[in-house]
Design a protein around this ligand. Sequence first.
Ligand SMILES: Nc1nc2c(ncn2[C@@H]2O[C@H](COP(=O)(O)OP(=O)(O)OP(=O)(O)O)[C@@H](O)[C@H]2O)c(=O)[nH]1
Ligand SMILES: C[S@@+](CC[C@H](N)C(=O)[O-])C[C@H]1O[C@@H](n2cnc3c(N)ncnc32)[C@H](O)[C@@H]1O
Ligand code: SF4
Ligand code: SF4
Length: 326
Amino acid sequence: MELIDSYGRRINYLRLSVTDRCNLRCSYCMPAEGIPKLQHGEMLSYEDLYRVACESVALGIEKIRVTGGEPLVRKGLVQFIGRLADIPGLKELVLTTNGLLLGELAIPLRQAGAQRLNISLDSLKPETFARITRGGDLRKVVDGIAAAEEAGFPPVKINMVVMKGINDDELLDFAALTIHKPYTVRFIEYMPTLRDKGWNSQCMAGSEILERIGRHYPLLPLVGNEMAGPSRNFKIRGSAGAIGIITPISGHFCDSCNRIRVTASGLLRGCLFADNGVDLKPLLHGADNGPLRETLRRIVTGKPGRHHLAEDETAHGSVAMSQIGG
Ligand SMILES: Nc1nc2c(ncn2[C@@H]2O[C@H](COP(=O)(O)OP(=O)(O)OP(=O)(O)O)[C@@H](O)[C@H]2O)c(=O)[nH]1
Ligand SMILES: C[S@@+](CC[C@H](N)C(=O)[O-])C[C@H]1O[C@@H](n2cnc3c(N)ncnc32)[C@H](O)[C@@H]1O
Ligand code: SF4
Ligand code: SF4
């Protein structure tokens, strides 16, 4: 079965947020005081998340990315991953994490069936990392990346949100990481999710990022695959890894959008920047999966063609990425 939206895009990728909680407070993602936490009953149970995942796969979803908040802080995650891994028809089961807890969880997650990890890391300098994350310990992320390698995960993808004047002096250091290590480092344009007045002056266009790196390291373009996310990838000649660029602002990739999202509170969203979502909780009370399926289909059909942030930055509500899952 296939899910095709009204623009002819094939939707095969579900981003499933399992929690709104996080052990960091990244400045581009959350306000300093954090966000009001969901109460226990407001969060979807693992049973409900599993049911949503199964129905989505039955309809045509082939890839699930577990995200958050920080997915690794939710108790019982390893068992949940194990259940997802057994869903017939699911081809890719992957996670996005800040890596802090991988020291303990990399091996169990791998054994449970997680296939790949994307790890957020915005600075290689301990003080800058602590400033961006409001107190995070860089060492733990570095150890987490090593733990992922030791657990047998394929080389990780590292996500770096580029912020002018904050970490743009580290572009070459991040690029150089890929020379000897098989990581893919993805440079991401800062998105204005918090209605942060300063975002525009901090957002560096992907073209400038590539130009700055390309001046030192000539970059060869790589081709993507059908299940891939929005990254355009390159390689420094002779390097072990790759470099990616994610340009939601300067060059949106909505024409090839292949995804829907479920937030930790059970809102099904057709777009990262959709005004709101459809609450799945009432549909999960009974045993009949019909209404859930219908709603999944409806959200796919009604998916917007694109976001309009570049023309109108007020075109979306103020949303913390931690609530949606990025
Ligand atoms: N605007 C926009 N940004 C997205 C979308 N999906 C992911 N991103 C952003 O891209 C960055 C990387 O996201 P990841 O969680 O690593 O997921 P991915 O890029 O789909 O990962 P791969 O499947 O490994 O390519 C984050 O900043 C996300 O917020 C999307 O649909 N729209
Ligand atoms: C919301 S986080 C959730 C998963 C996990 N806690 C992590 O940080 O990897 C998912 C992704 O969204 C990205 N993100 C959050 N806010 C962003 C923003 N304002 N602009 C661009 N990317 C953002 C993060 O860098 C991360 O790669
Ligand atoms: S980007 Fe990830 S690690 Fe940072 S505050 Fe948001 S959810 Fe937490
Ligand atoms: S902004 Fe919306 S339509 Fe564009 S790629 Fe992201 S989720 Fe898809």
